[in-house]
Write a protein that binds this ligand. Structure first.
Ligand SMILES: [Zn+2]
Length: 403
């Protein structure tokens, strides 16, 4: 299949060995995870700022399985910014992706690679949103897909996997049980679309970084009609902090890759602080950062935010390393605060944010209370999915308050 000239191979994150661009699965030598490697010139990165669809990815834009994913709005939330006491609080609203989740960005790239591999079915374990996204993109590519989800997965996700034409197995227990069931229950060969089992989901997520930075800079230095305008505006102003809800680590690793590419091309005036937000009931990445240890599987995970209940995240080590290498930190929040934040966003900013987005907003609140932000701070919070996927969870929070 056609690859971009910038895509030079797949590097093992453990032993460093470079594999050919048509490699699938893990490292032949050490079974480590693979990540796309690029030989980038600054113009390629500038093109990605002008239009994130042109950001450096393994496959050319007109060869990818696409459905207008990305290009999501950055929504100013003046009332929330006032409450936090910051200059601006912008929500990058990934709910506006085709299947209502930020995972559509990476799934577009991963399903493109899967189509070239000519192995069916595509299969993955997912907390919910990625299962729906995989079924949708596989359907568009005329490929069979099989999703393994835990029984607690939101009804909307389960229903839409089937509506998009995907097959599904609901596994008793939690996310890790669903992950184990893929190999236990699928007898035939399959092409994995699980986070980090494919090199392409976390890499595809980096377009989020390109858009975040471009959205922010456009608001301050004007539009970027072409690459020349991006080059002329460089280095681009950046927000002080980007707050990201974290489960598998996929989005954080993607954001880190994107920011690193932009920095290497001398496009960033400053490095924003990247904040990983996790629910207190399942926070293996935040705990590893706080304790300065490796990630260890979380015992007895318990959070209402099913999307973020990932006790043994595949991208845990990479996510923790990313947070340590850049201005970065991690925050945990209670389920109650997350749901309260989600409801407040709905009532003040026309934003339909689910529990995961609520975790991000509550983390911003916590950092403001702690004194990390002041009245000059400019903060971006990523909302990873649509609140309409889990209205029952939001509604039950109100019922708990007698509403
Ligand atoms: Zn290796």
């Amino acid at each position: 299949m056609t690859t971009t000239t910038a895509f030079v191979g797949l590097d093992c994150v453990d032993c460093g060995r470079r594999h050919d661009t048509d490699t699938h699965g893990r490292c032949d030598d050490c079974d480590g995870l693979l990540s796309p490697a690029y030989d980038l010139d600054p113009a390629a990165v500038q093109r990605g700022v002008a239009d994130a669809a042109d950001a450096p990815l393994p496959f050319p834009v007109d060869e990818r399985v696409r459905a207008a994913e990305g290009d999501t709005p950055s929504v100013e939330t003046e009332r929330l910014a006032d409450e936090l006491g910051v200059a601006s609080l912008v929500v990058k609203d990934e709910a506006r992706n085709p299947t209502g989740t930020v995972y559509d960005r990476g799934m577009s790239v991963a399903v493109t690679a899967a189509r070239a591999a000519e192995t069916e079915p595509l299969a993955l374990a997912a907390a919910g949103n990625a299962a729906q996204s995989a079924a949708a993109y596989a359907g568009r590519a005329e490929l069979r897909s099989y999703a393994f989800v835990p029984s607690r997965t939101a009804f909307s996700n389960k229903a839409m996997v089937n509506v998009h034409g995907g097959e599904m197995r609901v596994v008793g227990g939690r996310f890790d049980d669903a992950a184990a069931a893929v190999d236990d229950q699928l007898a035939a060969d399959y092409y994995s679309l699980s986070a980090f089992e494919t090199p392409y989901r976390h890499d595809g997520a980096k377009t989020l970084a390109y858009e975040l930075i471009a959205d922010y800079a456009r608001g301050r230095v004007g539009p970027f009609p072409d690459v020349t305008a991006v080059a002329d505006a460089a280095p681009l102003p950046t927000p002080d902090a980007v707050v990201l809800p974290v489960g598998t680590g996929e989005l954080l690793v993607g954001l880190d890759r994107g920011l690193s590419e932009l920095a290497a091309a001398d496009l960033l005036a400053d490095e924003p602080t990247v904040v990983a937000a996790q629910p207190a009931g399942c926070a293996p990445i935040a705990t590893a950062v706080a304790d300065d240890t490796e990630t260890t599987p979380w015992e007895g995970p318990d959070t209402i935010v099913g999307e973020l209940e990932i006790p043994d995240p595949a991208g845990g080590e990479l996510a923790v390393a990313a947070l340590r290498d850049r201005p970065g930190r991690a925050v945990t929040v209670s389920d109650d605060d997350a749901l309260e934040s989600a409801v407040t966003a709905a009532q003040t900013a026309v934003l339909e944010v689910g529990g995961a987005g609520g975790v991000g907003l509550a983390a911003a609140w916590e950092l403001a209370d702690e004194g990390m932000f002041d009245e000059t701070s400019e903060v971006v919070v990523v909302n990873p999915d649509a609140g309409v996927k889990t209205p029952d969870v939001l509604r039950s929070h109100l019922m708990g308050q007698g509403i």
